[in-house]
Write a protein of this length. Structure first.
Length: 424
């Protein structure tokens, strides 16, 4: 199978064989989606879990909150480990941990047992989230990475949108343990697929600097810091809006939770559309141009929403969410291409770069979502929330403008990569 999938690890090249590309896309989507899909599948069953184990709903909520902590911890550890030991062994170990933890969750007899199993489930499953970006950088040239990340996100989002519905149907038909049986079987299937079909893609390392050396060289690189901050700050727009949106729609506007859910799904569709457009435009445009296009559109949309707030005319969901859809479509361009730039600064440390970026995204996101909830719940207008979104958009642009070199960075990275390939 190694022969089918391509050449030995080295300089990144694009795969053009349709069968190979479809198989690789399937594996990337599967390894990326297994953790977030497992997160959302359990959400509809939280009230049932609280009743079953005679626990407070806040305790049952820890099966979600500590799951997110597990994802953050996994991002920070699995990426560097994959740089040191290889993508395949670390990914397979992580997925094996998820299979074992999912089985343990299905057999849990107490709430603490279930919470512990969920943490381990996230710790193992999230390895696919961080390593998938590193694998994409291993296999594809710098200007194709953003498009591939967007494609994986687009396909994964369809499954992720359906995961809560699937979890609810499983719980209603067979009980909450059926959700974990399904997750166990699915994660086992992904593990087998990866073991059979995925070759080792990690680049040969010229030196053995280890995690401290890799993270030190990355943090000392202005371009990496700029790309990473741009990606992390862009992702916070989603977190702050998700945190404050329910309070604004339900409390301020007096609408139902179902109506909020429909409008929020519309912003998710806009994000999906933005990723698909990024896939289409990426082959014809440089990575930096795509980022700046997204930043310009993101700034324009957030400024328009801020203007509606000042004018007092977006006290209806159609105004707030309609403009936010522009921001979300632009956000897709910014996030995928700035992530591509970050993991391309030092390709042999792509796992460490991906892990640091993912850890910051999740860790800061937990705080920013709380900020969004506070802004939405302690105000009588949409102004605080739209001002926060505009501020984040400005911060994204500043990270690119002041930290990422505007001339020669892409060329220099391609020259370095080519030289490394020739040395090998």
């Amino acid at each position: 199978m190694h022969g089918l999938m391509g050449k030995p690890p080295g300089a990144a090249t694009d795969r053009h064989d349709p069968t190979t590309s479809r198989l690789m896309l399937l594996m990337l989507v599967a390894m990326t989606g297994v953790a977030p899909i497992s997160l959302y599948m359990l959400v509809p069953a939280l009230p049932v879990l609280a009743a079953t184990f005679k626990s407070d709903i806040q305790v049952a909520q820890m099966t979600v909150s500590l799951y997110m902590v597990g994802i953050a911890c996994s991002q920070l550890t699995m990426g560097p480990l994959s740089d040191k030991f290889g993508r395949r062994p670390v990914l397979l170990a992580g997925l094996a941990l998820m299979v074992a933890a999912s089985l343990g969750a299905s057999l849990a007899q107490t709430m603490p047992q279930l919470i512990a199993a969920r943490f381990l489930q996230a710790l193992g499953g999230a390895s696919g989230m961080v390593i998938s970006r590193a694998i994409i950088r291993d296999l594809y040239s710098r200007d194709r990475v953003g498009a591939m990340i967007s494609l994986v996100i687009a396909v994964m989002m369809v499954a992720q949108m359906l995961s809560a519905l699937a979890g609810g149907l499983l719980e209603t038909s067979f009980g909450w343990r059926a959700i974990f049986w399904f997750i166990t079987a699915s994660s086992l299937g992904v593990t087998v697929l990866i073991a059979i079909a995925l070759p080792e893609t990690r680049r040969a390392r010229a030196e053995s600097g280890g995690f401290r050396g890799d993270i030190g060289s990355l943090l000392g690189n202005r371009a990496f810091v700029g790309y990473m901050l741009c990606q992390v700050l862009a992702s916070q727009i989603i977190f702050v809006f998700a945190g404050g949106g329910p309070y604004i729609v339900v409390t301020q506007m007096g609408r139902t939770t179902a109506e909020y859910g429909a409008w929020f799904a519309a912003t998710g569709f806009a994000f999906l559309l933005g990723n698909l457009l990024c896939v289409r435009f990426a082959p014809r445009h440089q990575l930096e141009k795509l980022i700046w296009f997204g930043l310009a559109l993101q700034l324009g949309g957030s400024l328009l929403n801020l203007g509606w707030s000042f004018a007092g005319i977006n006290q209806a969901p159609s105004w707030l969410f309609g403009t936010q859809m522009i921001v979300m479509a632009a956000n897709a361009f910014v996030m995928s291409n700035s992530a591509a730039g970050a993991i391309s600064v030092r390709p042999e440390a792509a796992g460490t770069a991906s892990g640091a970026m993912g850890f910051l995204q999740q860790g800061v996101g937990a705080l920013v979502s709380q900020l969004g909830a506070w802004l939405g719940g302690h105000s009588t207008t949409t102004l605080p929330l739209t001002a926060a979104i505009f501020a984040l958009s400005v911060a994204c642009a500043c990270a690119m403008l002041f930290l990422v070199p505007r001339r020669g960075v892409a060329v220099s990275e391609e020259v370095v990569e080519k030289a490394e390939g020739e040395r090998r």
